[in-house]
Design a protein around this ligand. Structure first.
Ligand SMILES: *Cc1c(COP(=O)(O)O)cnc(C)c1O
Length: 386
């Protein structure tokens, strides 16, 4: 039985997969079982930060794998302590909780915001404002937090306590917070699944100021925007704001599953022993992988990300078949004349892996993609969109 047939027979059909069986890769190149080569412009949805099977990353993992792959959170281990310290040093956040995915990182953020408010103000102040067109995950609660109606069907009852404001409409945010006595505002700075839509900087600043003035917890979901993707370690660092909670996952482990919820000063001691936990959270191998990734996202790499981003914007803005280019850093969306599905299939045929976000073509190359491969991929994309 071929891989595809076996998969179709035995894997729950939650994914509309492309007709490609990927086998192995190196850096920004990946090969299918027929030996066909592709340039990877999607990195497993912003996960393979330094590409596939990166040597340094592999070494860090293998070293830890041979020492201790897993213990429980009942004991101290070095990789998670080191990673938490590094994250705090580089973000000025105060404490970290480790989990295994973006949805879990957001669950922890939501629990923390609610508990903060409960301890200080008692019952009845537990609603959270999220934005329309957002995406926060697939658990029942994070689906509820996701501000897209299409996610709010068939799996009910959903978790109560979320209201949705229009992105970039500060008055709407303010009105909802006051009307529902909200404890938090949660948003992505670039709405990834929503079509790679960057929020207005002025709006973000106003929301941050409002949160501070009203003791409302500001949660920034950096599951996709984080870990160097937008040209700074975390996107909030380019918006000049200081969130109370930052969640991240995707690119953090560079290809191994790890989520992190980072806490600022106001909420750093909200969670106490027994109030939250995870069996695999802080797994030593995943933390060793993430430590390797985060320690390598330095000024030189980030300026390279910006340079490559500028190149992509320059090549594609006004290109034939491209209506609009959106996003930040190496998280880019293209509104096209052609149907995005058709373009993805064409690119696939020509050896470039790209994905979509709503109606847009989404580009998420490895942060260290060699210029030569980037140029080649953009050339193919330009041919396919016209
Ligand atoms: C992908 C994503 C999530 C969900 O992450 P999982 O690891 O799939 O649970 C949450 N928020 C944002 C912004 C994301 O892009």
């Amino acid at each position: 039985m071929s891989i595809t047939v076996k998969d179709n027979n035995y894997i729950s059909s939650t994914y509309g997969r492309f007709k490609v069986e990927l086998d192995y890769g190196k850096g920004s190149l990946v090969y299918d079982t027929q030996g066909k080569e592709y340039i990877d412009m999607s990195t497993g949805i912003a996960v393979n930060t330094f590409g596939i099977a990166d040597d340094e990353w592999n070494d860090a993992i293998n070293l830890q794998l041979k020492k201790l792959a897993h213990t429980s959170n009942l004991y101290y281990t070095e990789p998670c302590a080191k990673l938490a310290e590094l994250l705090c040093q580089k973000t000025d956040m105060k404490k970290v909780f480790f989990s295994n995915s973006g949805a879990e990182a957001n669950e922890c953020a939501i629990k923390t915001a609610r508990r903060y408010s409960f301890k200080k103000y008692g019952e009845g102040r537990n609603y959270i404002v999220t934005l329309k067109n957002s995406f926060h995950g697939r658990t029942v609660t994070t689906l509820s937090a996701t501000g897209q109606d299409s996610f709010h069907t068939e799996f009910g009852p959903f978790t109560e306590g979320f209201v949705y404001a229009d992105a970039n409409d500060f008055d709407n945010v303010k009105e909802l917070v006051q009307k529902h006595n909200c404890c938090a505002i949660m948003m992505e700075l670039v709405q990834g699944e929503g079509g790679v839509m960057k929020l207005d900087e002025n709006f973000v600043q106003k929301v941050a100021d409002f949160c501070l003035e009203n003791d409302v917890i500001l949660i920034i979901d950096e599951v996709q925007t984080g870990n160097g993707r937008t040209g700074s370690l975390y996107a909030f660092q380019q918006f000049g704001i200081k969130p109370d909670i930052v969640s991240t996952a995707k690119g953090l482990g560079g290809g191994l599953p790890i989520g992190a919820t980072m806490f600022g000063e106001r909420v750093q001691n909200v969670l106490t022993p027994g109030s939250h936990g995870s069996t695999f959270g802080g797994n030593p191998v995943c933390c060793a992988a993430a430590y390797n990734i985060i320690s390598r996202i330095d000024e030189k790499l980030l300026s390279d990300v910006k340079r490559k981003s500028d190149y992509i914007f320059k090549e594609l803005c006004g290109a034939e078949g491209v209506k609009e280019v959106s996003g930040m850093g190496l998280m880019i969306g293209l509104e096209l004349d052609k149907d995005v599905k058709e373009v993805i299939e064409l690119c696939l045929e020509k050896g470039v892996l790209v994905i979509s976000a709503k109606s847009r073509l989404r580009l998420l190359p490895a942060l260290n993609i060699p210029d030569e491969l980037l140029h080649k991929a953009i050339k193919v994309i330009k041919e396919c969109v016209k």
